[in-house]
Design a protein. Structure first.
Length: 290
């Protein structure tokens, strides 16, 4: 994948923030700057994915419009090749250049099937590619091309309608996913700033079977440690922050898979949840942390 200037700029900005974080290693700003660097570096990639998803939806909508116009033209008795040439100057949004290229290839004498294959390859959309392949094969096999085009257009229309209906139906579940995640954040913050300090300072904790809080870490670094019976706030804040970030990552991917049947579409949800987790956890640490 080739990086755009926008993505390279984001990575450069993230690198500069990391360099600044190195100079502030012994301060409270170190982990905050590390998180900011990650967010700044990831933001351009997330925006590109969101833009690609939007463009893909626009391509399918414009192809549906193109197919309907093509059906109307063919049904009047105009050959499909001539119909495509006649439509090259009509506005079809993101598909303008692709349709003009298709019409120009047909004008130059390139076979329709070959031109449609090039069109499908340039558009880079599975739904459109399947429809174009079916049109090309139908033209090659012969028959009533008008009826075939109408059937293909109807199939694309039904597919688009089903996607929209599924997205609308699942929207409530997406909202519930966000609500559940923010409830989880509240629970974690209550544990971090209320319950765990109470347990850590409770002298009778061992007699009640409460585990040693200092043993909760990974390798003795991520977990909280006890110094004279008190929990180190910085270590505890980091441990819960990592928990929220991991939860936000996988929650977002799950939401994307459920709503759009595509894990890649969940990256934007993961990014939003991870940013929210980072900002809420950092803000809470500033307000209530020691």
């Amino acid at each position: 994948m080739r990086l755009t200037k926008f993505q390279i700029s984001g990575l450069a900005a993230a690198f500069l923030i990391l360099v600044l974080a190195v100079f502030l290693y012994q301060t409270k700003l170190f982990f905050f700057l590390i998180g900011v660097a990650f967010l700044v570096g990831a933001l351009p990639f997330v925006l590109v994915i969101v833009h690609e998803s939007k463009v893909a939806s626009e391509k399918e909508a414009m192809f549906l419009e193109f197919s309907r116009n093509l059906v109307e033209s063919v049904k009047t008795g105009t050959p499909i090749s001539k119909s495509i040439i006649n439509m090259r100057n009509k506005p079809f949004g993101v598909l303008d250049e692709n349709i003009k290229k298709l019409a120009n290839q047909i004008s130059m004498g390139i076979p329709l099937v070959k031109a449609l294959e090039t069109f499908a390859r340039d558009v880079k959309n599975k739904t459109i590619a399947r429809a174009l392949t079916l049109i090309g094969q139908s033209e090659r096999a012969g028959g009533d091309i008008g009826e075939i085009l109408e059937a293909v257009t109807e199939a694309v229309s039904v597919s688009d309608r089903l996607k929209k209906e599924r997205k609308a139906a699942i929207q409530t579940l997406v909202v519930q996913g966000y609500i559940i995640f923010f409830v989880f954040i509240v629970i974690v913050l209550v544990m971090q700033y209320v319950i765990v300090p109470m347990i850590g300072n409770f002298e009778g904790g061992k007699s009640l079977g409460v585990p040693e809080i200092g043993n909760l870490g990974v390798g003795g670094k991520l977990g909280a440690v006890k110094q004279g019976g008190n929990i180190v706030p910085g270590e505890m804040a980091n441990a819960f922050l990592y928990l929220l970030l991991v939860q936000g990552l996988f929650t977002g991917l799950t939401i994307g898979k459920l709503s759009e049947q595509n894990i890649k579409a969940g990256i934007k949800h993961s990014f939003a949840l991870m940013v929210s987790s980072f900002l809420i956890s950092t803000g809470a640490n500033i307000l209530w942390g020691a």
